[in-house]
Design a protein around this ligand. Structure first.
Ligand code: GDP
Ligand code: IMO
Ligand code: MG
Length: 423
């Protein structure tokens, strides 16, 4: 299977970075196609932890090409910082192994201020965004007033377009009572980031089509997760891009019929950062996981909300993404749980439903219907092959697979690359 789309089946942080890194060995190119530096993808190799925000998680592998596609929104100074910190760790980042789409949109400081201001103004209905300016940047893209990488690398054009944008946004910031942004400071910071990024900027659509013609194998790295998707998630408590599998095509220019497989990644339980509906949320499970030092956000450091596995959500994720195979991560998080709850359906207004509703107000009325599965009650983190899994853990995995409607092919029992079991 040459070209695989990997997506998150829950609310993000499913362990996508770890699985991408593991699968990169079998691929030639890893492509990010949506989202921005709101993402935080963790890769642990030989005990060293790397957190990637804009950089595809294949970057640790020598000889593989990473592509940041047209659907991504890029904060140039932040990307430069990420490239420099990877270089400091001895990771090679050159114009041979990193390509950035000339059509990717740019995130500016005013997007970040607007992001914070708009979210705070929502009061009790706030989304709890990552404050990275993602929503306002995609807003400019949809309004057809955004600036792109192709502008950044043309200094004269960039200076003119930026002036218009800064004036326009300073008027908005003034009306909000926020401090104005200095044109000179932004121009200078973005120009120096632009100079550094210039060698990486290409028409990545043409590059990817040529690569496919030459038999290269591509892995598409989803950011966020299905229920943060702007169309299919718990709107408005979502991010501003299409996080589902289809987003990989619009965000890269690779057409759907060139995709061979969709791999869905899900945790053996559920987490969510930020606000919004979460039917299976359970504070005692959260307390247990937090006491183990787990489930703190890779981007913002916020404690993640935790809950039981939700097969209603899993089933829908299989549906909208066309998930062919599943990777289950963080199975070891449930090692000490005697009786594990799994949500098999919701009850809403006295009705039983097997698939989630559309509106956030309906989501909030959903009560989980649970079944209990006996835990394996032993540590799994030392396991190195699928056959070593205790029977009770196999039964749990098998139950999740049947409830969601797709086979489980990968099980992860720890953050390190070697703690990955292939079925
Ligand atoms: P992503 O955004 O989907 O890439 O996921 P994050 O990196 O934000 O969060 C997943 C967290 O779980 C990270 O800290 C990973 O190192 C960690 N992780 C991934 N798989 C496993 C696993 O099987 N067991 C344990 N203990 N940690 C895992
Ligand atoms: P990865 O790729 C988890 C959440 C935020 C907030 C909502 C909107 O690491 O899985 P945004 O800043 O995008 O406008 O915030 O989406 N969110 C994520 N949650 N993992 C992520 O990325 C996320 N990216 C955004 O917490 O609730
Ligand atoms: Mg993450």
């Amino acid at each position: 299977m040459a070209n695989t789309i990997l997506i998150g089946m829950q609310w993000g942080d499913e362990g996508k970075g770890k699985i991408i890194d593991y699968l990169t060995e079998q691929k030639d190119i890893v492509v990010r196609s949506q989202g921005g530096n709101n993402a935080g993808h963790t890769v642990v190799e030989k005990g060293v932890k790397y957190v990637l925000h804009l950089m595809p998680s294949g970057i640790l592998h020598k000889g593989k090409v990473c592509v940041i596609g047209n659907g991504v929104v890029i904060d140039p100074p932040s990307l430069v910082k990420e490239i420099n910190s990877l270089r400091d760790l001895g990771i090679e980042v050159t114009s041979e192994n990193l390509l950035i789409s000339d059509a990717a949109h740019l995130v500016f400081p005013y997007h970040r201020v607007l992001d914070q201001h708009r979210d705070a103004a929502k009061g009790g209905n706030r989304i709890g965004t990552t404050k990275r300016g993602i929503g306002p940047a995609y807003g400019d893209k949809a309004a057809r007033t955004g600036l792109r990488m192709s502008d950044l690398v043309q200094p004269e054009i960039f200076a003119k377009k930026l002036l218009v944008k800064i004036e326009e946004n300073n008027a908005i910031l003034r009306a909000y009572g926020e401090a104005e942004i200095s044109y000179g400071e932004v121009l200078s910071a973005y120009r120096s980031a632009g100079d550094l990024l210039m060698p990486f900027v290409k028409n990545t659509v043409i590059y990817l089509h040529d690569a496919i013609k030459n038999g290269k194998r591509i892995l598409f790295e989803g950011a966020q997760g299905t229920f943060l998707d702007i169309d299919f998630g718990t709107y408005p408590f979502v991010t501003s891009s299409n996080t589902v599998a289809a987003g990989a095509c619009t965000g890269s220019g690779v057409p759907p019929h060139r995709i061979d497989k969709v791999l869905g990644v899900m945790k053996a339980y559920t987490t969510r950062v930020g606000e919004g509906p979460f039917p299976t949320e359970d504070s005692s499970l959260g307390q247990m996981l937090h006491e183990m030092g787990r489930e703190f956000g890779a981007t913002t450091g916020r404690a993640r909300r935790c809950g039981w596995f939700d097969a209603v959500a899993g089933r829908y994720a299989v549906l909208v993404n066309g998930v062919d195979e599943i990777a289950v991560t963080n199975l070891d998080g449930l090692d000490s749980v005697k009786s594990i709850r799994v949500c098999i359906a919701y009850e809403i207004d006295g009705r039983r439903v097997e698939l989630p509703p559309t509106s956030a107000s309906e989501w909030l009325r959903c009560k989980p219907i649970y079944e209990e599965i006996e835990g394996w009650a032993e540590p799994l983190d030392g396991l190195r092959s699928f056959d070593e899994l205790p029977d009770k853990a196999c039964k749990y995995i098998d139950r999740l697979s049947r409830l969601c409607g797709a086979p489980v092919r990968i099980v992860s029992v720890g953050p390190d690359r070697i703690q990955t079991l292939l079925k």
